[in-house]
Design a protein around this ligand. Structure first.
Ligand code: SAM
Length: 280
């Protein structure tokens, strides 16, 4: 059995996480490392967390992804944060549909930059479909492209499978959308393939350079930067700025803000939501 976590071992594991995925644990998060990594440590026969740290370094390619899976918080749900979705439904998505309709744009690319198990990207896809239909332009749905990326392989696997259990399928989703977009498949609920058709999910570490991703009209980077250090946030928002098209948008989580980290965006308010537009 692995020995209880010692403070110096916590510091080593914290450093490893900062360097591999940007997650910067506070001093009071020793319990989190201990509770999330004890079973894993026992599984790979580590005698202590120091030994676990050494084992990870010795076999980074297979052990580190599992540690990252265990240490990331994948909490997400459909249409998370009402005010953001009001802005998306009343302003942002209708504007994009209009740009496509008038020929100002031929495609709209959106990035869900920490997509977890897919609910954010798929909520967007549902909203886009509904907006195109409401505007009498259902075929414009196919002019949207949503890229979902995450560092957690387990979360990505679930996002790609697009099958949710009874608890996760209901979190944040109205009974009407549940009925309209899901089919019961054994004990899970499978998402309609049309909603999946404009989405793609792939592994991507936000620590890495963004040049392989292309450019986007909108980036949703919600409820992930809270886990990063101030320095990493500055670098992250600067990289996001360079990947966003002229006049493109950035949306953060309800409790997050660019204040103190970036002056490259102007703030846009819509009822109680705040999002950001790239400055020229
Ligand atoms: C709390 S979830 C947020 C999901 C969704 N954006 C939402 O707001 O509901 C945070 C996600 O960020 C991912 N993550 C953490 N560090 C990351 C990194 N360095 N690169 C990419 N994704 C990361 C985690 O794996 C997790 O799935």
């Amino acid at each position: 059995m692995i020995e209880p976590l010692r403070t110096e071992e916590f510091h080593k594991i914290r450093e490893l996480l900062v360097h591999s995925c940007g997650i910067d644990l506070d001093d009071d998060k020793e319990y989190l490392v201990e509770s999330r990594l004890t079973d894993f440590g026992n599984e790979i026969g580590a005698s202590s967390f120091g030994d676990l740290h050494n084992k990870i370094l010795a076999d980074k390619s297979s052990l580190l992804p599992r540690v990252i899976d265990l240490m990331t918080t994948n909490e997400t749900f459909w249409f998370r944060d009402d005010s953001a979705w009001t802005a998306l439904a009343e302003e942002i998505i209708p504007n994009y549909v209009e740009m496509l309709q008038t020929g100002k744009k031929s495609r709209i690319r959106i990035w869900s930059a920490a997509s977890s198990t897919g609910q954010e990207a798929y909520s967007l896809s549902m909203l886009i479909k509904e907006t195109c239909e409401a505007k009498g332009q259902p075929s414009l749905f196919n002019s949207f492209e949503i890229l979902g990326t995450d560092i957690s392989n387990e979360a990505l696997y679930l996002a790609k499978a697009a099958k949710y259990n009874i608890i996760n399928v209901k979190r944040g989703l109205s009974p009407e959308r549940l009925e309209k977009y899901f089919t019961k498949d054994g004990r899970s609920f499978a998402l309609n393939t049309q909603i999946q058709s404009i989405t793609e999910f792939k592994f991507f570490n936000l620590l890495d350079p963004f040049d392989t991703l292309g450019s986007f009209d909108m980036v949703l980077c919600r409820n992930v930067a809270i886990y990063f250090s101030g320095d990493f946030k500055k670098k992250l928002f600067s990289k996001i700025h360079s990947t966003i098209n002229e006049d493109g948008l950035l949306m953060l989580g309800a409790s997050e803000s660019l204040f103190g980290y970036s002056t490259d965006f102007e703030t846009v308010e819509h009822s109680s939501a705040i999002y950001y537009r790239k400055k020229g």
